[in-house]
Ligand binder design. Structure first.
Ligand SMILES: Nc1nc2c(ncn2[C@@H]2O[C@H](COP(=O)(O)OP(=O)(O)O)[C@@H](O)[C@H]2O)c(=O)[nH]1
Ligand SMILES: [Mg+2]
Length: 419
């Protein structure tokens, strides 16, 4: 039960909401941050203070809309062959051999700046920038590349010892006042090579630390607190890929966080948890908006309980966690199993039992009893409102657990395949 919302519905106490909203909001949101910027939070709080429900509802609506419509432009830059295209394919959740993938190869395959929109979100574009150091490349690629102000941030990709080219790029981006992340790819092959050449003294952690130190020492001459992410584009769930994703999400402005969380691949359980937090936050904001608007006489609080509509929502949550039909068949293909096997891991396929779930009914009853004990009756619109709210929470929790089981299965099947 959501105490803030419940009290508001019961008492319509704007003063209480004004004072509690910002701190309560912070307890609800993902640890990477929520979708309301500080400015929006203050506007909402002011709206409550002035008892202006319409302003509050409008501000929430604007926040929800800008979260949905946000754009993200990521520039991926580095020497030819360093793994830029492979890296972009990982972030777009696309296999290197799929039709829409950025072409990957042992010979230079990208000679001009190429946009790769996310297949499910055209607002999110990764820019594969001309490989430097190859004869066909633009004589002054940095001017074109770094001069463009439309990128939200840069990712410098490097696959070997820190080079003069890496330093030059970092310097140029830094001079432009833009943010960059330094990604060292192909650590899988570094480990493999080290193990081959020094089988007796090989220690994975030491090799990784040496690579990290080499990058950090050089970068610290350019930026004050450098961070380096060691990744393998072949095994993105390992090494620093998940941490890189978390850092990007944390650093993004609030309104860009929702689509980024939604469309970047689920590389770890932590990211699934963060995704869950942001979609619950969205549901909560919608509920606050509905409750606030219900303050106007004649505004319907909730449009009743429509089963087919609820089914559509469940499908939406499945797609949010990358478990829609298309994604399931893609997952099945990528690990070489049947769609049926993936579906057998998912409890959210059973819509009817979710609708009848005891915990949803118990939560609604608890709220209804509490409201009745204070007011003597519960309007049916409020009852329906809670029914929908708790059902959606159940949908989200169930789909998130499904996503974790599918993630574990993918890992298990991939490691079986490698043995
Ligand atoms: N072992 C290993 N090879 C990689 C990795 N990333 C890319 N490659 C390979 O490196 C070559 C160049 O990759 P590509 O993505 O085309 O680099 P780009 O020229 O920077 O776009 C290809 O043969 C890739 O398969 C990685 O993380 N590990
Ligand atoms: Mg390329």
């Amino acid at each position: 039960m959501d105490p803030l919302l419940l009290n508001f519905i019961l008492k319509n106490d704007f003063g209480q909401l004004a004072s509690k909203f910002p701190s309560y909001y912070k307890t609800l949101v993902s640890k990477l941050g929520g979708i309301l910027s500080q400015v929006r939070l203050q506007c909402i709080q002011k709206g409550f203070e002035k008892k202006q429900p319409k302003e509050v509802a409008d501000e929430i609506q604007r926040a929800l809309q800008s979260a949905e419509n946000a754009t993200l432009n990521v520039a991926v830059i580095g020497q030819s062959g360093s793994g830029k295209s492979s890296f972009i394919n990982v972030l777009r959740g696309i296999g290197h051999e799929e039709a829409e993938s950025a072409s990957v190869g042992v010979v230079p395959t990208t000679t001009k700046k190429t946009p790769y929109p996310h297949p499910k979100c055209p607002n999110m574009t990764f820019w594969d920038l001309p490989g430097t150091g190859i004869p066909e490349s633009n004589p002054d690629p940095y001017q074109e590349v770094v001069g463009d102000d439309n990128y939200d941030f840069f990712i410098i990709i490097s696959s070997s010892r820190f080079s003069a080219n890496d330093a030059f790029l970092a310097q140029k981006i830094q001079e432009k006042g833009k943010k960059f992340y330094f990604v060292r790819t192909k650590v899988d092959s570094d480990l493999y090579n080290e193990k081959k050449s020094k089988p007796r003294s090989f220690k994975k952690e030491i090799v990784l630390q040496q690579i990290r130190d080499n990058c950090l020492i050089n970068l610290s001459k350019i930026v004050s607190e450098p961070t380096v992410f060691l990744v393998s584009n072949f095994e993105p769930k390992k090494f620093d890929f998940p941490k890189l994703q978390e850092t990007l999400l944390q650093d993004l402005p609030a309104e860009k966080r929702y689509i980024s969380l939604r469309f970047l691949p689920d590389l770890s359980e932590t990211l699934i948890e963060e995704k869950k937090a942001v979609i619950k936050e969205k549901l909560w904001l919608k509920a606050v908006k509905a409750a606030v608007l219900a303050f106007f006489p004649m505004t319907p609080f909730c449009c009743g309980f429509n089963l087919s509509e609820q089914k559509r929502y469940l499908k939406y949550y499945q797609s949010y966690f990358g478990l829609d039909e298309e994604s399931v068949s893609q997952i099945a293909r990528s690990v070489g199993t049947s769609e049926q096997e993936i579906y057998s891991l998912m409890k959210s396929t059973d819509f009817n039992s979710l609708v009848k779930d005891d915990s949803v009914i118990a939560n609604v009853k608890k709220c209804a009893e509490y409201i009745c004990s204070v007011t003597g009756l519960i309007p049916s619109s409020v009852f329906q409102f809670y029914k929908v709210y708790f059902l959606h929470l159940k949908f989200i929790d169930t789909v998130a657990e499904d996503a974790k089981r599918v993630l574990a299965k993918i890992e298990e099947m991939k490691s079986d395949g490698m043995e």
